[in-house]
Design a protein around this ligand. Structure first.
Ligand code: TXA
Ligand code: MG
Length: 311
């Protein structure tokens, strides 16, 4: 049976979600980036169910979500000055910080690592549930492992509806791509995943350049073939290149209309990937945005979506 979908505006939804999480259940919750599949970090059974339901290997760690910047000292013993500054400046917002793990977080959440990735989401409902529950919430994106992340409650219902206890509809995710992940344990910090906050903004806040990941810490969700729809994603740098690629594809292929800004591109990207499948397209040609700001995250996700079919 499919899980009930409740509105975040329903006055009883916070209590209902917090009660399920407190009893070891799993609830799909809205965030500004993508929908998360949440469990209390204090529930071993809830955390285990996340891995089972997603079909995700248990060494792929989960992001821990709090309701205010004080989460940093709760889940980490010695966060760096970089982490402290970013937490105060950006949270709530689409930035996740890799910090040393404190005893508060079990290794089942962090895939056995001594680090934890933490963030405070900008969706009010999510933070209110954390406060009601009284524990941080571990939440990966609410999709099956390797597939497109959900940006609406309907996406979650289509993918995981039969396996979760409750879905909270908080409207479409306004940013539409996952959070940026920064490793704050190195100097300079390193970007592990480009995402909802442009790395240029992080650099401006810190007043230094952030390095690309040196590969020592690997965020496992950054596997080459991720975010994959069923239709084949074909990439082009320009509209002209898109046209010439289309000419060489079967008739059931199309060019995706390029959104007017990177903000709109990000916000609609995952819905568009799903729509290609619904249209019955075998191939969808995307014109990549420029390689800066939010464009980096969009290029990254599109390249991973395309990589699945390239071997
Ligand atoms: O926007 C987001 O970040 C969304 C919303 C729900 O908050 N969450 C999300 O979680 O994208 P997930 O699990 O789909 O992606 C988290 C990524 C994964 O690649 C995971 O391997 C990596 O973060 N990660 C988490 N903890 C880590 C750690 N301790 N060390 C290295 N990588 C870690
Ligand atoms: Mg994910």
């Amino acid at each position: 049976m499919s899980a009930p979908i409740v509105s975040h505006l329903d006055p009883d939804s916070v209590r209902r979600a917090a009660e399920i999480l407190g009893n070891g259940g799993i609830v799909a919750l809205p965030t500004e980036t993508v929908y998360g599949l949440g469990a209390s970090i204090d529930s071993a059974s809830g955390v285990n169910r996340i891995f089972t339901v997603k079909g995700r290997p248990t060494d792929h760690p989960l992001i821990v979500h709090g309701s205010s910047a004080s989460i940093l000292d709760e889940v980490s013993d010695h966060p760096s000055e970089f982490a402290r500054r970013l937490a105060v400046e950006v949270w709530p917002g689409p930035l996740s910080l890799l910090v040393p793990r404190s005893q508060r977080v079990s290794t089942s959440v962090t895939g056995g690592r001594d680090t934890v990735v933490v963030r405070v989401p900008a969706h009010d409902f999510f933070r209110t549930v954390v406060d009601h529950l009284g524990s941080p919430i571990a939440a990966p994106s609410a999709n099956r492992f390797g597939r497109v992340s959900p940006t609406t409650a309907d996406h979650v219902a289509a993918d995981l509806g039969n396996d979760v206890d409750l879905i909270v509809d908080g409207g479409p995710s306004v940013i539409g791509v996952e959070s940026t992940i920064v490793n704050t344990t190195t100097s300079p910090p390193q970007v592990l995943r480009h995402g909802g906050i442009p790395i240029e903004d992080v650099e401006a806040l810190l007043g230094i350049s952030v390095a690309e990941s040196d590969g020592t810490v690997r965020a496992p969700g950054t596997l080459a073939s991720h975010y994959a729809p069923r239709c084949q994603v074909v990439l082009a740098e320009t509209a002209e290149e898109a046209k010439s690629r289309l000419e060489r594809l079967p008739s059931s292929a199309g060019i995706v209309e390029t959104p007017p800004s990177t903000g709109v591109y990000a916000a609609t990207l995952y819905t568009t990937l799903r729509t290609c499948d619904e249209r019955g397209w075998t191939h969808a040609v995307f014109v990549l945005p420029h390689d800066r700001g939010l464009g980096r995250a969009i290029r990254d996700r599109l390249k991973r979506a395309a990589a699945t079919f390239e071997g």
